[in-house]
Design a protein around this ligand. Sequence first.
Ligand code: IPE
Ligand code: IPE
Ligand code: MG
Length: 229
Amino acid sequence: MGKERIPTHVGIIMDGNGRWATLRGKSRSYGHRVGSDNVERITEHAFNLGVKTLSLYAFSSENWARPKEEVEELMRLLEAYLKRFLKKLQRENIRIVITGDVSALSLKLQKVIAKSEAETANNLKGVLNLCINYGARQEIAYAVNKILDKGEPITVENISANLYTAEFGEPDLIIRTGGELRLSNFMLYQGAYAELYFTDVLWPDFNETEFDKAIEEFGRRHRRFGKVQ
Ligand code: IPE
Ligand code: IPE
Ligand code: MG
């Protein structure tokens, strides 16, 4: 890697586990297992490069519509990932936060989430924002309801300030693996001016070199935010 501009906040739509496994004659669950191992690798790499916030889309509000066994496997993997990764996050000084409607998850998973968040709350090197049962439309509705509860005016700034991830700012770069050219309900509001990077590489194959390619491409983009130049 050269001296690329490093985005402060990167979001990743980690797509393609199922197809990756099917191509190898394996079960979709196997693809999710390999995909979940890749999360560790990319997380470590991103923070080492200087990314400050990494938002990973792990399970969408709409993913509940998948077969029950697949949903259960994804939930098991999330729990195992959090338990396994906690020590490393501590060592690396990374804070973990979970974004989404956590109340719909099993109590066991909610406990693991609460523990991971509490134990890493004072870590300062970076923030790993894991989006579980996350949907951007749901998040916008949540923000608007919060504003109404407070009796405040509904303004663009106020909506931004009441999103789940208000604290972490807007993503500079959103990467989607797996070849689909859509956002699938990921960060619709705060992603208004994010640079988008789509790759056909399936998530389990998205390694450090692929991540670097996205960063290099980001470095070549010219962000105008509606202005001239
Ligand atoms: C992982 O990829 C994304 C999750 C919802 C966990 P997919 O499971 O969507 O894989 P494809 O798109 O079917 O290949
Ligand atoms: C988006 O992938 C959700 C996650 C990566 C968690 P999907 O596979 O659910 O998206 P669609 O269904 O292809 O739009
Ligand atoms: Mg998919």
